[in-house]
Design a binder for this molecule. Structure first.
Ligand code: NAD
Length: 517
């Protein structure tokens, strides 16, 4: 292993053995298929990880159930105290874990560390929540009766996550699920097993210290087969799935067909709309970050840019200057702003999208190709040029506009009226994030109101990506309608019991119904 990689791994006590166990259910095991962890910046193989066999998966599910039976009776504030300790343990490894995310996923260091911070933040939030998961007392129409709505733990929650947020998405789910008293079983992306092993080690050491069964936060690495078995399993009460629309559609149908609970966080195709009165000194850098940050591999990345006709030239020339300043580099180097795409397949998707743009007459303002002259150790990395494309016209029925290409391609359209831009914003299947740039309150009112943007995240003078944990995160339409993280998202991780309690000596029926012979 290179020095670069072994420094990162050893800081997290990940052995550089020939094979690692990729399953944790209270004990580490794993004798299934082997998955390679490959550094996207260099092509270096970081580790071989043994995933779960079907038997190991079933044992993990059984152990999750047993762990839930124990954990559901642990008082919620006590669960919060465990979360507080998890928060501390994660914060102590913030830099190291952030570096591992950069090494294995490919995002730049500040974003890797930011991802760990997101886990820390949601753990903080869930510590508070553990004393605030309030039910309700509802007025009963019957004398001597009262109605309670009680949040109870749900059971076993499976978290299936995507490669692009290999730590934070699990964090959002684990924190709420654990506060709610569930056992959580994580199936991470097959290409980021090391991040999941490192996080599980940190979390399980806290559980062990507190005498809590490790399977409260279990792990099964693996690919599509392990994922599909989890989704089909009657032993899983809720599946929280983050990933592509194609897989999410299937996951939703399967879980629904067995009447399980499902939470879907799928692809986005996010637009920024810039009005003539926008402050360009804020809008241009925000669009730059939204489109180029994480090399365009955020679900909230800015993919469509709608500019008012009066500011097109000014906006694009400033944006091009920023694009020209970007150079690919090692994501672990703190000066780098542009890391690689995650794998070879993503480069192909990027190239095909550029080809399609060219074929359909789009102008490629900048970018449009892979970097070819990189030196060791980056010459085998998956680096592509951030691209700005101007198609001949906006047609949201064309795939140029209505598909999520998971790469740094920003497609630009020009409008004259806000209503037209809103129509384009809403005219695609996805509904995750959107952002309007204006100083005019009347535009803001339109944008956030009933005739405004139909996405789950509707920002004003804030870019499409980089959400805080406080609000519920998620999108509408083909993004799946799921909500995670803050807001009322915790309410999905519990089983609601509506309890009518009769304290009286009578037993009247509701609505005055009489039923006596
Ligand atoms: P993916 O759909 O390929 O994989 C996601 C997960 O599903 C992985 O763990 C994978 O192993 C598993 N999986 C694959 N086939 C399966 C099957 N048949 N049954 C069950 N599980 C299966 O997604 P990806 O390429 O890892 O991630 C990128 C996608 O994720 C993008 O579309 C992105 O927008 C989306 N994403 C969405 C959010 C959000 O919050 N909305 C956040 C991050 C990523």
């Amino acid at each position: 292993l290179s020095n670069r990689a072994s420094t990162v791994l050893s800081a997290l006590d990940i052995p550089t053995a020939s094979e690692l166990h990729g399953v944790y259910d209270g004990e580490w095991c794993g004798s299934g298929d082997i998955f390679e962890s490959v550094c996207p910046a260099t092509g270096e193989v970081l580790a071989h990880v043994r995933s779960a066999t079907p038997q190991e998966l079933q044992r993990a599910l059984d152990r999750s159930r047993e762990a839930y039976m124990f954990f559901r009776s642990v008082p919620a504030p006590r669960r919060g105290e465990i979360l507080r300790q998890i928060r501390e343990a994660l914060a102590a490894k913030r830099e190291e874990l952030g570096a591992l995310i950069s090494l294995e996923m490919g995002k730049i260091r500040t974003e890797g560390v930011g991802e760990v911070q997101e886990f820390v933040d949601i753990a903080d939030y869930a510590v508070g929540l553990s004393r605030m998961m309030n039910g309700r007392v509802v007025a009963s129409e019957r004398p001597g009766h009262t109605i309670l709505e009680v949040p109870n733990p749900l059971g076993v929650v499976a978290v299936l996550s995507a490669f692009n947020f290999p730590v934070a998405v699990y964090g959002w789910n684990l924190a709420l699920s654990l506060a709610a008293g569930n056992a959580t079983l994580w199936k991470p992306s097959p290409s980021t097993p090391l991040c999941s092993i490192a996080v599980t080690k940190i979390v399980s050491s806290v559980l062990e210290k507190n005498g809590i069964p490790g399977a409260v936060a279990g792990l099964v690495t693996g690919g599509k087969d392990v994922g599909a078995s989890i989704v089909e399993s009657e032993d899983v009460d809720m599946v929280s799935f983050t990933g592509s629309e194609t897989v999410g559609r299937r996951v939703g149908q399967v879980v629904q067909s067995r009447f399980g609970k499902v939470l879907l966080e799928l692809g986005g195709n996010n637009a920024a709309v810039v009005m003539p009165d926008a402050d360009l000194s804020l809008a241009v850098p925000a669009v730059f970050f939204g489109a180029v940050g994480t090399a365009g591999q955020r679900c909230t990345s800015t993919r469509r840019l709608y500019l008012h006709s009066s500011i097109v030239q000014k906006f694009l020339s400033r944006l091009e200057t920023l694009y020209a300043s970007v150079h690919p580099g090692d994501p672990l180097d703190s000066a780098t702003l542009l890391g690689p795409l995650h794998n070879r397949n993503a480069v192909e998707i990027y190239s095909n999208a550029v080809d399609h743009l060219l074929k359909t007459g789009a102008e490629i303002l900048t970018g449009g190709a892979s970097y070819t002259s990189l030196k060791d150790p980056l010459k085998n990395g998956h680096f592509v040029m951030p691209t700005i494309a101007i198609p001949e016209r906006v047609d949201v029925s064309d795939k140029v506009w209505n598909t999520e290409t998971f790469a740094p391609i920003l497609t630009v359209g020009v409008f004259d009226e806000l209503e037209e831009a809103i129509e384009w914003n809403n005219g695609v299947p996805q509904g995750l994030s959107s952002s309007l740039w204006t100083r005019d309150l009347r535009n803001v009112g339109k944008w956030i109101g009933p005739a405004g943007s139909d996405t789950g995240i509707v920002n004003v003078n804030v870019g499409t990506s980089g959400a805080e944990i406080g609000a519920a995160f998620g999108g509408n339409k083909s993004t799946g309608w799921g909500r995670e993280s803050g807001g009322d998202a915790w309410k999905q991780y519990v089983r609601w019991s509506a309890c009518t309690v009769n304290f009286s000596d009578e037993a009247p029926l509701a609505q005055g119904v009489q039923f006596s012979p």
